[in-house]
Write a new protein. Structure first.
Length: 360
């Protein structure tokens, strides 16, 4: 073995090296073993059977440029095996055989080599593949009747929102619960039931953009004949409120307008329902109708809304109401009014309760 040397060095370390000292193994006095080679030589450890790294106590195996290494991989040979990847002596990845495992580096990809956040989040878990990706939360107890899995959104260890998968009426059915914290309690706000029904537990369904709403699919069971159905089946508007009436002049003298009360409206889609009270202090030369304005919405230019007015002082006196097309005005007219079968004109200082339905 002229080209191999086994010798102690000046520090009483045992050194095994080849003749040109390009590779050597040092068994040092401080109980460390060091394998070195020049920059052009790879270090290979070959074995035909298992290599057993064992220790009588707790030992740590480091893989790095020094010990402890600045950037190193180490295996702790404790009762439970731990694999750690470190950077500047800070553990970035830990795999624990029976304890906590974690990833504290950059983004994490499963089935993808360049995980990244498209929306600027600090840490991203991206699951990808040629056939898509799946994140599965599996409950191993087939008899479980409650929670299956939960995705939680936390700040400072407090859960502020979560999505919960729960068992439905039987173990073969499932539901989704959406929970939020309102600053006082964390509660279910919306549930997607096992049969497809969606229940809002507490709160409103808010459509934030005008022209959008709830679209109804399918056909009603009781539709008769062959009506022409509008292409849009979206209920996009609902509103309630109050308004003030005004008396209009149409070239006729009706006297003066005294007061109005309880003028309210409800708008559902294109249909408007209005009602209120009115009183007139004097009657002019035209006693057959009154022209009232300032309805909250303009009537369709192709349709006329209708309604009724009742003269409170004479309970049997009724009058018709109808819109003026393309305006926000309407008439109360006595032409169809009657009291005890005789024609009756509008009277001063009496209250009129009126209601009207029209299309915008």
């Amino acid at each position: 073995m002229a080209d191999r040397t086994i010798k102690p060095d000046s520090g009483n370390d045992l050194v095994l090296q080849n003749n040109d000292a390009s590779a050597k193994i040092e068994i040092n006095a401080d109980s460390t073993v060091k394998v070195t080679a020049d920059s052009n030589t790879a270090i290979e450890i070959k074995a035909t059977r298992d290599i057993d790294f064992s220790a009588s106590g707790d030992a740590t195996y480091f893989f790095g440029s020094n010990r402890p290494a600045t950037n190193t991989t180490k295996i702790n040979a404790t009762a439970d095996s731990v694999l750690q990847l470190q950077e500047t002596e800070s553990t970035k990845v830990q795999l624990h055989s029976s304890g906590d495992s974690y990833f504290n580096g950059g983004n994490l990809g499963i089935g993808i080599t360049d995980p990244a956040s498209n929306d600027g989040w600090g840490k991203t878990l991206e699951v990808g593949g040629t056939t898509g990706g799946e994140l599965s939360l599996n409950h191993s107890d087939a008899s479980a009747t409650q929670g299956i899995g939960q995705v939680s959104f936390t700040r400072d260890s407090a859960t502020l929102a979560s999505v919960n998968g729960v068992t439905g009426s039987t173990t073969g059915k499932g539901e989704l619960n959406f929970r939020t914290h309102n600053g006082t309690s964390n509660a279910t706000r919306m549930t997607v039931e096992e049969d497809g029904d969606v229940t809002i537990e507490d709160g409103d369904l808010v459509v934030g953009t005008a022209g959008h709403g709830i679209t109804f699919g399918g056909n009603p069971d009781n539709r008769q004949g062959s009506p022409t159905v509008d292409s849009s089946r979206t209920l996009y508007d609902y509103e309630t409120g109050t308004f003030d009436l005004t008396i209009s002049s149409s070239g006729y003298s009706f006297g003066s307008y005294t007061s109005h009360e309880d003028c309210k409206y409800t708008k559902i889609g294109r249909k408007v329902f209005v009602q209120g009270k009115a009183k007139f202090s004097a009657i002019g030369s035209t006693t057959s109708y009154v022209d009232l304005g300032n309805l909250p919405f303009t009537c369709s230019s192709t349709q006329i809304g209708t309604g009724v007015a009742i003269e409170v002082a004479v309970s049997t006196a009724t009058y018709s109401c109808h819109n003026i097309q393309g305006t926000n005005r309407f008439y109360i007219t006595s032409r169809a009014g009657s009291s005890n079968g005789s024609t009756r004109t509008l009277q001063a200082n009496n209250n009129f309760n009126w209601s009207l339905t029209y299309t915008v």
